[in-house]
Design a protein around this ligand. Structure first.
Ligand code: MAN
Ligand code: CA
Length: 298
């Protein structure tokens, strides 16, 4: 409360003793001031009064300048402070912006990272599924490959069987039944021995003629045919291929002539199908068709 009465006397008329230093200085100059005021009027005269006046002016000017300087300094300080403040604010704003940008970028990156992670997981799942499928397909492929091998072998076997059956059927077609026997007429020509070997391979032998009916039966094929009769072992002694001797014969007239001196004729053939007696002895190496006979077991 005492500060309110700094430059004046308190109502009591006595200055405060607690702030005595300031009050004493101010009231100390009171007399000087009262003394200077009346001297400002009238003609200025040189002397001690003028010097004081000049000093006071100089002091006032100095004080004014000082105040101006201080004021300028203050203005500058305020300006600098304001400028610094605004710069700082600007920097803060920039930093804030940068922070926001970085945060946004970070969030975007986080989202991208999450998306990529999700995609990676999806891809991993797809990859695993594909691998599983690949495994299954591989197994299926192996099974199919095995199945294919098996079928290929089966196909080859069936093809072979078919060909064998075809051949058998073809062969079978060439067999003719007559009076308790099956007869096979060849479709190519061979020597007598080769012809016999072929009959033996067919579980048969060259034809043995045991009757007039059988002799007549052979004529229907209208071909020169080797029959199972030979005198290879002993010239002039004709034997059937089963070793039985020739009892009833159907030689053409003048046969067997043996063609001695020209060649050996040790094998019998049916030479003239149009004749009842149609056998001829011929060179065994000649190429002829042949007839096999197989007895049918009843
Ligand atoms: C040919 C051959 C002989 C046969 C005579 C008959 O020369 O077939 O075997 O005896 O003809 O003329
Ligand atoms: Ca002859």
């Amino acid at each position: 409360m005492d500060q309110l009465y700094v430059n004046v006397q308190k109502p009591s008329g006595k200055p405060s003793k607690r702030k005595g230093v300031v009050k004493e200085n101010i009231y100390a100059n009171e007399e000087v001031i009262h003394t200077l005021v009346p001297n400002t009027t009238g003609i200025a005269l040189p002397g001690a009064g003028d010097e004081r006046k000049h000093f006071c002016r100089g002091a006032a000017v100095f004080l004014g300048l000082l105040c101006l300087l201080l004021l300028s300094g203050l203005v500058v300080l305020v300006f600098l402070f304001t400028k610094g403040n605004s710069e700082r604010k600007m920097e803060m704003a920039l930093l804030h912006n940068s922070y926001n940008n970085v945060t946004r970028e970070r969030n975007d990156l986080q989202i991208s990272y999450n998306n990529v992670t999700r995609e990676r997981n999806d891809l991993q799942i797809s990859y695993n599924n594909l691998m599983k499928e690949l495994d299954q397909l591989q197994t299926r492929y192996n099974n199919l490959a095995e199945e294919q091998d098996r079928l290929q072998k089966r196909f080859e076997n069936v093809t072979k069987e078919t060909n064998d059956l075809q051949k058998k059927l073809q062969d079978h077609k060439q067999w003719v039944y007559f009076s308790g026997s099956l007869y096979y007429i060849s479709s190519q020509q061979k020597s007598w021995q080769q012809s016999r070997d072929d009959c033996l391979q067919r579980n048969a032998d060259l034809l043995i003629i045991n009757s007039k009916e059988e002799q007549d039966f052979t004529r229907r094929f209208k071909r020169l045919l080797w029959i199972g009769l030979t005198d290879r072992e002993r010239e002039g002694t004709w034997k059937w291929v089963d070793g039985s001797p020739l009892t009833t014969s159907y030689w053409d007239s003048g046969e067997p002539n043996g063609m001695s001196g020209v060649r050996d004729e040790d094998c019998a053939e049916i030479k003239y199908p149009e004749k009842e007696n149609n056998w001829n002895d011929e060179c065994c190496d000649f190429q002829r068709f042949w007839i096999c006979e197989k007895t049918v077991a009843l």
